[in-house]
Each structure stands twice: as structure tokens, then as C-alpha cells.
Design a protein around this ligand. Structure first.
Ligand code: DGL
Length: 260
């Protein structure tokens, strides 16, 4: 009875690392849909289709609690998955996303002008603006898509990622905080901090561990179902040397397997 972490690719490993650091006792299964990355430029129907396939795979692998670490998949599919898919397909499984914990963190900082940088699909969904305004109707949200960032990070081209960050930073110069609304961006959070020294950078790897811990504390009925032998499995829909290399940046002993 594992904790599953899902992402469209390898970016979600950053979130997994943070979860394992805070909650090392549980068994984890990571699944990255690397065959279909990026989700951020796909239609909602396609993103939903791929995410549902991923959920079915992870449920079959005995995941009882699934964290959709992908902002794009959270934005487009979480509501459908929680309200329509899970109640029929696997009512004893819980699926959580990354948007609400991130929004709660931003609002808790008491800031009124909040920036969001994310993929095209996440920005077009307006999920961050909607959820931020629900918690604080007075806040101003500047949401901008940076579609070039994920390909640069996936290609391990951090010089290019730094250049792109430099180009986007001025849009957020007036913000008090900036949400990095994409699983890949924690890898370049220092670039944002360097470009925007007066803006509080909200990076999901720094908040998800605590948020999940808090969730499990409040939901003992789920916590008690989870197995605790500290096992880790890392799977992707398409494994290659590049995937292994990128994963090694985050986990020393990682072995990424192709999902069966
Ligand atoms: N994982 C996606 C996200 O957090 C970024 C990569 C993609 O476009 O699939 O939005």
C-alpha cells in the first residue's frame, strides 16, 4: 500500500525527494510519463487521457495515496479524477494535487501581489488565479506561461534555462511572491532567486513534504493503510540513458525501470 507520485516526466522526482526526506518510512512508487512529455502543450482531452492511464497503472501497483506532482495534470484533471474517476474505479484510493498546497502556502505569507510561472496548459486553465482569489479575493495575480523552460531543463541545458529565466523575471518584478508552478522549476529555483532577490520564491519541493505530513496527520484512516518498509520504485513510460542521467542528479542510487 504505497504512496504514488505521478509526473509527466522526471521533474516530479524533485517532489518525490522532498516527500521521502520528510516521510522516509513509507513505500513509494514514482511514475513519470516520459513517453508523452511535455503535457504542458497538449489539449485537455489528451492530458486527461494520459493521466487516467497513469492512475490506472499506479492503482494496479497498489498505490493507496497518489500525489499528482505535475501542475499541468493537477490543473486539468484533478477535479475529474477525484469526483468522477476515483469514486467508481477505486473508492479506497486518495488522489491529491500540488496546486492547493502551493496556493495555501502563498496566501499564508500574507502577500497581495502574487506571480505564477507555469506551462501553457496550467496558465490557460487559470487554476492558480481561481484558487488564490478564493482564499484572498483582494490579491492580484500575474500568471505567465514559460513554455521554453521545460524543454531546456529536460535537455539538461541549464545555461539556456538561466537565459530564459532572465528573460521572464522582469514580468514578476512588482510581485511580492512568485509561485514556481511546474514540477521542473525547483531545479532552477536559485536562478529565480538570483533574478528576483526581493520576491519570495515559492518552490514546491520546499512545501510538499510538510503538506503531505500534515494531510496524513489529519487522515489517520489513510495513514494506517500505508505500508512502511521504506521501499522505493522509480518507473517511467519510456526509459532511456537520458532519463537515468537526469534522475542521477537527484538520487545517487536510482534505477529507473520501464513500467510494465
Ligand atoms: N510536469 C509539468 C508541470 O508541472 C511540466 C512538464 C510538462 O509540460 O509536462 O506542469
Amino acid at each position: 500500500m504505497k504512496i504514488g507520485v505521478f509526473d509527466s516526466g522526471l521533474g516530479g522526482l524533485v517532489i518525490t525527494k522532498a516527500l521521502i526526506k520528510t516521510l522516509p518510512q513509507y513505500d513509494y512508487l514514482y511514475y513519470g510519463d516520459s513517453a508523452h512529455l511535455p503535457y504542458g502543450d497538449k489539449t485537455s482531452g489528451t492530458i486527461l487521457n494520459y493521466t487516467l492511464q497513469a492512475m490506472k497503472y499506479m492503482i494496479a501497483q497498489h498505490c493507496k495515496l497518489i500525489v499528482i506532482a505535475c501542475n499541468t495534470a493537477t490543473a486539468i484533471t484533478l477535479r475529474y479524477i477525484q469526483q468522477r474517476f476515483i469514486p467508481i474505479y477505486a473508492p479506497d484510493v486518495k488522489v491529491l494535487g500540488v496546486v492547493i498546497p502551493t496556493v495555501e502556502t502563498a496566501i499564508a505569507q500574507n502577500q497581495t501581489h502574487i506571480g505564477v510561472i507555469a506551462t501553457n496548459a496550467t496558465v490557460h486553465s487559470k487554476i492558480y488565479t481561481t484558487e488564490l482569489l478564493k482564499l484572498n479575493p483582494k490579491c492580484t495575480v500575474t500568471e505567465i506561461a514559460a513554455p521554453e523552460l521545460v524543454p531546456a531543463i529536460e535537455a539538461d541545458d541549464f545555461a539556456r534555462a538561466a537565459e530564459i529565466t532572465h528573460r521572464y523575471a522582469p514580468y514578476f518584478g512588482q510581485c511580492q511572491s512568485l509561485i514556481l508552478g511546474c514540477t521542473h522549476y525547483p531545479l532552477i529555483k536559485d536562478y529565480f532567486r538570483r533574478e528576483l532577490p526581493n520576491v519570495s520564491i515559492i518552490s514546491q519541493d520546499e512545501l510538499m513534504g510538510e503538506k503531505l505530513q500534515d494531510y496524513l496527520r489529519r487522515h489517520s484512516e489513510i495513514e494506517t493503510m500505508l505500508s512502511k518498509s521504506a521501499s522505493r520504485e522509480f518507473t517511467v513510460s519510456r526509459s532511456d540513458c537520458h532519463a537515468q542521467q537526469v534522475a542521477k542528479i537527484l538520487f545517487e542510487d536510482i534505477k529507473i525501470c520501464q513500467a510494465a
